[in-house]
Design a protein around this ligand. Structure first.
Ligand code: GDP
Length: 205
């Protein structure tokens, strides 16, 4: 399958909503708790080793990092936070930025929510799903690091998760090992971005 996401290039990092690029065309956002594997997903999708950084610097966790696919299409790497102790100030900034983003970003066409298959549906994730629901934006959950479980266990984790999902939310397995799930993700993104073959991809979802 042709992979249009190989063309992805770094555009800008925004600490505030007002710093985002013009709100035109199509945008798909990637979200996930820190360490879930979001940077690895973006690097695997785009076939670029270090487009999204896999090492963390504290400041970066508060920024939306924007990548362009073409003049009209963008990927937004949303800030995540992870383990229990998050400074209150950082969390408040994150919440304000995300609320503004989901509420006001007209070009947002879909959200890819990355979860470690061993730790799905944490409060961060349900919050993201709530925002997607409120904004009427479809979501595709990636249960990543699927290689950490046996095939059977990964499949039953996926089936278990699917049962609990509202409409507009899809779920699939993913792993950087062998780029498991990349084609499925590309099909979903192509549909949201209205890129070639979008109609059949939408059906597959
Ligand atoms: P982020 O904080 O969500 O961007 O997470 P990273 O992409 O930096 O990944 C966190 C850690 O998980 C890193 O050590 C990655 O090498 C590891 N990781 C990410 N994806 C996978 C995967 O599919 N399989 C395995 N085994 N490890 C992964």
């Amino acid at each position: 399958m042709d992979n249009p996401y190989r063309r992805a290039a770094y555009l800008i990092s925004a600490h505030r909503f007002s710093q985002l690029p013009p709100d035109s065309g199509w945008e798909v956002a990637f979200a996930g708790r820190s360490n879930a594997g979001k940077s690895s997903v973006i690097n695997t999708l785009t076939d670029q080793k270090s487009l999204a950084r896999t090492s963390k610097t504290p400041g970066r966790t508060q920024q939306i990092v924007m990548f362009s696919i073409d003049e009209q299409r963008r990927i937004a790497d949303l800030p995540g936070y992870g383990y229990a102790r998050v400074p209150q100030k950082l969390k408040a900034h994150w919440r304000d930025l995300m609320a503004a983003y989901f509420d006001r970003r007209q070009s947002l066409r879909g959200v890819v929510l990355v979860m470690d298959i061993r730790h799905p549906m944490r409060p961060f994730d349900t919050q993201m799903l709530d925002w997607c629901g409120a904004a009427g934006v479809p979501c595709q959950i990636l249960m990543t690091k699927a290689d950490k479980l046996s095939r059977g266990a990964a499949k039953s984790a996926l089936l278990g998760l699917r049962k609990a999902l509202p409409g507009q939310v899809g779920a699939q397995l993913f792993s950087t090992r062998g780029a498991l799930g990349r084609e499925e993700l590309i099909a979903v993104l192509n549909a949201w971005f209205e890129l070639g073959g979008a109609r059949s991809a939408a059906k597959a979802r």
